[in-house]
Design a protein. Structure first.
Length: 212
């Protein structure tokens, strides 16, 4: 296991638990993981094992939940703005439409940046956006993925083709992920991997300790 991979594992779970591991705990986790790591993982060229990445269905369910939250927030914002401004038209670039756009993009951008790569939907389903080249998501990556990328992914029909790469890429990346070097990992799988024991080849349910 590379030093970069070890550091990523410790930071990922530590951030999810909102506390830092001690060096002794990290060393113990490393020894346990090395002792039970399936031999084929050593042949993987990606920074993380393929099974760490979330599939299309769990991401879609998280997205549906996010859209419900966005619809509710948008209605609240429009109601508040409507107290001061009269909506004369309902076009995309009307005040009514602009309120919806601000809430939509603001929701994905701000939560992804300030909530460890998790929207409300991702928090509930235990998944998280991560950078494959950095330990943190910088503004450039977030704006490109959740701003520009989200714009194209919201276009009907076209989005089916843009999400399709999740089905056949090793890191389960949609088109915006491919451009940004990001993907979505399953925190429960990561935590379970880190808590494997020497006594059994089966993964423990220790991931329940992770606070999502």
């Amino acid at each position: 296991m590379s030093e970069k991979q070890e550091t990523f594992f410790s930071e990922l779970v530590a951030q999810s638990k909102k506390q830092q591991y001690t060096q002794a705990e990290i060393n113990a986790i490393k020894q346990q993981s090395q002792a039970t790591l399936p031999p084929e993982i050593a042949e993987v060229n990606t920074a993380l094992p393929p099974y760490f990445f979330s599939g299309v269905w769990i991401r879609m369910f998280a997205l549906l939940l996010d859209l419900i939250c966005i619809a509710a927030l948008t209605q609240v914002v429009r109601t508040i703005v409507g107290m001061f401004i009269t909506f004369s038209t309902l076009g995309t670039f009307s005040v009514y439409g602009i309120c919806g756009l601000i809430v939509y993009y603001g929701y994905f951008i701000l939560l992804t940046k300030y909530n460890y790569g998790q929207t409300i939907g991702k928090m509930i389903f235990g998944i998280r956006v991560v950078s494959l080249t950095s330990s943190t998501l910088d503004w450039q990556t977030v704006l490109l993925r959740e701003g520009c990328g989200r714009f194209f992914l919201s276009i009907p029909i076209l989005n089916l083709f843009l999400y399709a790469p999740i089905l056949f890429t090793k890191r389960k990346q949609q088109i915006a992920d491919l451009f940004c070097d990001t993907s979505v990992v399953n925190l429960k799988v990561v935590a379970a991997f880190l808590h494997q024991t020497d006594e059994s080849n089966q993964v423990e349910a220790a991931y329940k300790e992770v606070s999502l």
